[in-house]
Ligand binder design. Structure first.
Ligand code: HEC
Length: 725
């Protein structure tokens, strides 16, 4: 349809050498000439966003580094942050604006460097402002940049704080929130104020708004995952979208009304992307809590595990797509989405692509949410866990092809050595496996594959608009889910009773006649409704309990009616005012040999190129290897990886991410390994790519962690002077 390819090489060349302005004019010209639908005006040299350019494609139109010269790359500079600790990490993908690189350190200091030399311009320690008691704040995956005239700001999260500093000096912006900081616990839920909040992924900037989500607890003590927009000039809250809908809001009916107000999660911790020309923000969410037993949240649980398209200006929902109904496997959408523009059956489609932990990529029309390829609801196995009620079906995309294997079965059991195989088989003796939708149960462990860290994870995917190829790295490792009954469960009704009623009616419910009646066979005298009425209104010397929540009253009523223990799944409230799950997951656990080797046959880490015109795999290769195995001749096994790829007009795909502490460059067309370099510590992050002073740079945060040694370096690679042109 479109006579001119949306990108051609000459443009990309001119990009490096010519000015941005002439490029934009050229782009505009071609788009008005060539295509009916408006073409993306994205400047692929502007990597001032989390995710690289504004469309989150991690694509750079720079082409100084090529397939031919990539082997000449050398370290241009290294910036040591000096604050690594034993288990610290750096998950930050730095951004570059006006020749300055902004990033974060293991202890969550924010810094600005000259992007050409790595020389520090300023550094800001948020805890000098926040004080010592806030010194645990988790990780920080990046910062956001905003400017209006001379006012230039860096916004970032530190624990439950959203902060703003001057991009030129690093000084807090005094008129933002309270002296440059605002507490994300405010305006969340007055009754759940003290819960864990970590603003780890940076917010997205839309005009004067910063739209942000947060990481929360995975337990029943989780805060609700509201999506919020703050005015960047003042720190005022501008809008809130309830991912767990309030009464009267769409989706409220997909929950159990008795408990919905106490459920948390359904939060965005992976980051977002904005379609600036349409004013739409795309928000992927995680599961609702408790993650592994959903007895308090019967129903599909919108908008958990969903990709939500919101009007970026107002927070109003435009459409949503739920990737897992009533999730009990911790299958959060793990990556920020990517805006892609693809040609299918002769038509250009502006789509959004969302990789998942379960190995699928969901590709949806940006405006309507319509699937680009059909997504089918297929029947899945059902839970037998008391109180649980699983969804009869789950959505399965017919295309694109999965970017990993989806089933762990007999032949996938690690068999590289008999001792390893025996070890794993022994652990699998009582386990159930062979279907990714096996629900956790009380008797046998289940093997979760794809695992809890994906499939895809938080590094995000890369999209090459030139070739319409989507690149995604994945872990291919089995995990174990074991459930154990919550022994406090049966007692929680009793503890509520003890709390509110016991002192009058007696701990054994015998009362104190004649003044206070016994409550032993109260179910013969009252219905649940009439009992609830009595509790609300009181009677004579019996006080009214109208101040108790409906949920708490229900627990009390069920307890007294004797229906609580009968496994009618209605759960209880503990003295500490949050719900208790009836079953607990025993702990996050991979299926590993005693030596710590993954329990499946390799590859354990993968890098996949998907052709987004056809939805088919272009190539797939193992990503990384385990040095000790490679030394024994077991090469190319792939390895666990965290952090994403970047793709360039120079024909290259760069990725670190692997636990083997290397960074690599592949031929983006074939997957052939062209270059690799050792890093001072594992680069568990996504690289940044930019040009300064006529030189193309590749920068990766080397913070290690995740079982590898920690590090404190940002390392920049570039070509030697003589090779630049
Ligand atoms: C301050 C003491 C007190 C507390 C606390 C109290 N009650 Fe009572 N309750 C009474 C008295 C006194 C009566 C008798 C009232 C009457 O008949 O006028 C009563 C009556 C009742 C009855 C009616 C019994 C019947 O045979 O009709 C029920 C049911 C009941 N209470 C449940 C509860 C529950 C549940 C709680 C805890 C949430 C509770 N009460 C807390 C004092 C108390």
């Amino acid at each position: 349809m479109c006579a001119i390819h949306p990108f051609d090489k000459t443009q990309n060349q001119s990009l490096l050498r010519g000015t941005k302005r002439s490029f934009l004019i050229l782009l505009g010209l071609i788009s008005s000439l060539a295509c009916q639908s408006p073409r993306s005006q994205t400047d692929y040299t502007d990597w001032s966003y989390y995710g690289g350019p504004e469309d989150g494609s991690r694509y750079s139109s720079l082409s100084q580094i090529t397939k031919e010269n990539v082997t000449q790359l050398e370290v241009a500079w290294t910036y040591r942050t000096g604050d690594a600790t034993e288990r610290s990490q750096i998950q930050c993908q730095p951004i570059v604006k006006n020749g300055i690189l902004y990033g974060s350190t293991p202890s969550l200091n924010i810094f600005a460097l000259d992007a050409a030399t790595g020389t520090e311009i300023w550094r800001f320690d948020p805890f000098e402002v926040l004080g010592g008691e806030n010194s645990w704040a988790g990780t920080n995956r990046g910062v956001s940049y905003w400017e209006k005239g001379e006012d230039k700001r860096i916004l970032f999260g530190a624990g439950n704080w959203l902060m703003a500093v001057d991009a030129q000096t690093g000084n807090p912006i005094s008129n933002f929130g309270q002296n440059g900081k605002l507490d994300l616990r405010e305006n969340l839920d007055p009754e759940r104020k003290d819960f864990l909040i970590v603003a780890n992924a940076p917010g997205v900037v839309y005009h004067d708004l910063l739209i942000i989500g947060m990481r929360l607890s995975e337990g029943l003590d989780a805060a609700p995952g509201h999506i919020r927009a703050y005015h960047i000039e003042t720190g005022e809250l501008e809008w809130t979208f309830h991912t767990i809908p309030k009464e009267g809001e769409l989706g409220h009916e997909t929950w159990d009304p008795a408990y919905i107000n106490q459920i948390g999660g359904a939060n965005n911790w992976a980051g977002m992307v904005v379609d600036y020309s349409r004013g739409i923000v795309f928000v992927p969410t995680g599961s609702a809590t408790y993650d592994f037993w959903g007895g308090y949240r019967h129903g599909d649980n919108l908008f958990a595990n969903s990709l939500i398209a919101l009007d970026a200006k107002t927070g109003e929902r435009i459409w949503h797509f739920q990737g897992v109904h009533h999730d009990i496997w911790d299958r959060d959408f793990p990556s920020p989405p990517t805006l892609i523009r693809i040609q299918k059956d002769g038509q250009w489609i502006d789509a959004v692509a969302q990789p998942s932990k379960q190995g699928y990529t969901f590709v949806l029309n940006r405006e309507t949410g319509e699937p680009v390829w059909p997504i089918e609801e297929r029947p899945v196995p059902q839970s037998t866990l008391p109180g649980e009620k699983t969804s009869p079906t789950q959505p399965i995309p017919t295309l694109p092809e999965p970017f990993m294997s989806l089933i762990f079965e007999e032949e996938d059991i690690l068999n590289l050595k008999p001792t390893w195989e025996a070890d794993i088989r022994n652990q699998l003796k009582n386990a159930l496996y062979g279907d990714m939708w096996l629900p956790p149960n009380a008797e046998e462990p289940i093997i979760l594959f794809p695992g809890m860290d994906g499939g895809a994870e938080w590094g995000g995917a890369a999209f090459d608009p030139e070739t319409q190829t989507f690149y995604v790295n994945a872990n291919q490792i089995p995990w174990i889910i074991e459930m154990s009954p919550n022994t406090d469960f049966e007692n929680v009704g009793k503890s509520a009773y003890t709390n509110y009623c016991g002192n009058c009616h007696g701990l054994e419910r015998r009362g104190n006649l004649p003044a206070i009646p016994d409550l032993i066979q109260i179910n013969q005298k009252y219905t649940p409704d009439s009992l609830d009425q009595l509790l609300q209104k009181g009677r004579g010397a019996m006080p009214a309990f109208d101040y108790l929540s409906q949920e708490t009253r229900k627990v009390l009523v069920d307890y007294l009616m004797g229906t609580l223990e009968e496994g009618n799944k209605k759960e209880l409230e503990s003295a500490s005012s949050h719900l208790n799950p009836r079953y607990y997951m025993k702990g996050y656990k991979k299926l590993l040999t005693q030596e710590g080797l993954y329990g499946s046959n390799p590859p354990w880490g993968l890098l996949t190129a998907l052709d987004m015109q056809t939805g088919l795999k272009k190539w797939q290769i193992p990503l990384g290897e385990i040095d000790s195995l490679a030394a024994q001749g077991l090469k190319n096994t792939g390895i666990e990886n965290y952090g994403g790829p970047v793709v360039t007009a120079g024909g290259l795909l760069f990725i670190a991410a692997t636990k083997d502490e290397k960074i690599r460059a592949f031929d983006k067309d074939t997957g052939e390994l062209l270059w690799q370099a050792n890093l001072p510590a594992a680069g568990h992050a996504t690289p940044a790519m930019y040009e300064k002073d006529g030189k193309q740079f590749l920068v990766i945060a080397c913070g290690g962690g995740k079982g590898t040694k920690s590090g404190d370096a940002y390392v920049a690679f570039a070509l030697p002077e003589n090779l630049k042109d």
